[in-house]
Design a protein around this ligand. Structure first.
Ligand SMILES: [Zn+2]
Ligand SMILES: [Zn+2]
Length: 381
């Protein structure tokens, strides 16, 4: 399970950087170990600091928004690390004063690319059978003119004069806590520590260009609405031609005319004429994956009865085992009768003259009344 970083900071998913910082500051003031030496508060402070570090980094935030967890698999400073493992006071200062107190040094010019997300509409049958589709993706790809180097011809990057290659510039600010040295990424080289005086004419020095490509996406049988298929290294190429991120294809399942899906089970309604419900009949349904399938309505079927066809539902994504098809029976009483119909029904009535309408308790368990039916539904009896 990915951690709820937004929830930890008490903000919504669409939160702006400014609001994010404000929310973190507020919580940091409350839980900072200097203010609140309580152990629980320290643990809380660690959590909110890690959450802030993740969400204030566009790269990591994107991973969170894609449903991932950037701190998983040792990809960063997890909650388990000791106090200070996430940068300690530096991060607090960064939140308070807009720059890091801790020195970070230059960032690499070549960085991993970000993941991309693509939505794909599939109908229920496609979800059941799986499908291979061609899709057009618009992503950053490696610049073929400079092969990601970002330089023109044989020219070379040069050390940045503004930061002397350190990638950051420092300023001294006066604050409530006295003089504070803050550093921020160098504006000239954007933290890289070097500049490209003669950039590639095609990519402008970024090492990558935007391109539209067609790729083939294989969707496995059994997918459902909201599921994501990951295509490794088909996302954005990173700055400086860095390794591509992943492409996620998110399934949007279209509603089916007949069947409603509930996990691996399918549901449909069958309307059965009164007499057929009494005598029994067979209805043919065009089932997903199975084609024409007979559903036997036994004699004496009651309104609201459910007939379950085991193994005629959707396939499970991992095992391929099939769910069930639930046919919900609606018994239809004729609204108009001609003289002949009326006569036949009167004769039928004469045969069964002990059956009359009666008022019964809404709670009577054997009555088949509303409440007992509801109870059966909930308890599965
Ligand atoms: Zn280039
Ligand atoms: Zn610089």
């Amino acid at each position: 399970m990915a951690r709820d970083y937004y929830g930890l900071l008490g903000v919504d998913k669409g939160v702006s950087d400014t609001e994010l910082k404000r929310a973190y500051r507020k919580l940091a003031r409350q839980y900072h170990p200097d203010v609140n030496p309580d152990e629980a508060a320290q643990a809380k402070f660690k959590e909110i600091s890690a959450a802030y570090e993740v969400l204030s980094d566009p790269e990591k935030r994107r991973i969170v928004d894609l449903g991932g967890d950037p701190l998983e698999n040792g990809g960063g400073n997890g909650f388990g690390g000791g106090f200070g493992g996430f940068g300690g006071l530096g991060d607090v200062f960064e939140a308070f004063f807009g720059g890091g107190a801790a020195s970070r040094g230059p960032v690499g010019r070549v960085r991993p690319g970000s993941d991309s997300l693509l939505r794909m509409r599939l109908d229920l049958t496609e979800c059941a059978t799986g499908v291979t589709k061609r899709v057009t993706v618009d992503t950053a790809v490696l610049c073929d003119r400079c092969q990601g180097r970002g330089t023109n011809g044989d020219s070379q990057p040069m050390r940045c004069d503004t930061c002397h290659g350190r990638g950051e510039v420092q300023t001294v600010q006066r604050s409530l806590l006295g003089q504070v040295m803050t550093s921020r990424p160098c504006p000239t080289c954007r933290g890289v520590g070097e500049v490209i005086p003669d950039p590639c004419h095609q990519c402008g020095g970024d090492g990558r260009v935007r391109a539209r490509r067609e790729i083939s996406v294989k969707i496995p049988a059994g997918v459902g609405d909201g599921m994501r298929v990951r295509l490794a290294a088909q996302g954005e190429v990173g700055p400086g031609g860095g390794p591509a991120g992943d492409l996620y294809v998110e399934v949007h399942e279209q509603a089916h005319d007949i069947f409603a899906r509930d996990g691996d089970d399918l549901h449909c309604h069958i309307s059965v004429p009164m007499v057929d419900a009494a005598l029994g009949t067979t209805v043919t349904v065009d089932a997903i994956l199975d084609g024409a399938t007979d559903i036997t309505i036994p004699a004496g079927t009651q309104p609201g009865a459910t007939i379950v066809l085991r193994g005629h539902g959707m396939p499970q994504l991992r095992t391929g085992a099939r769910g069930d098809l639930h046919a919900h029976v609606q018994v239809v009483v004729p609204e108009r009768l001609d003289n002949h119909d009326t006569e036949l029904l009167r004769q039928f009535k004469a045969h069964r003259d002990r059956e009359t309408a009666e008022v019964r308790s809404a709670h009577a368990p054997q009555s088949g009344g509303l409440f007992s039916r509801l109870r059966e539904t909930f308890t599965g009896r």
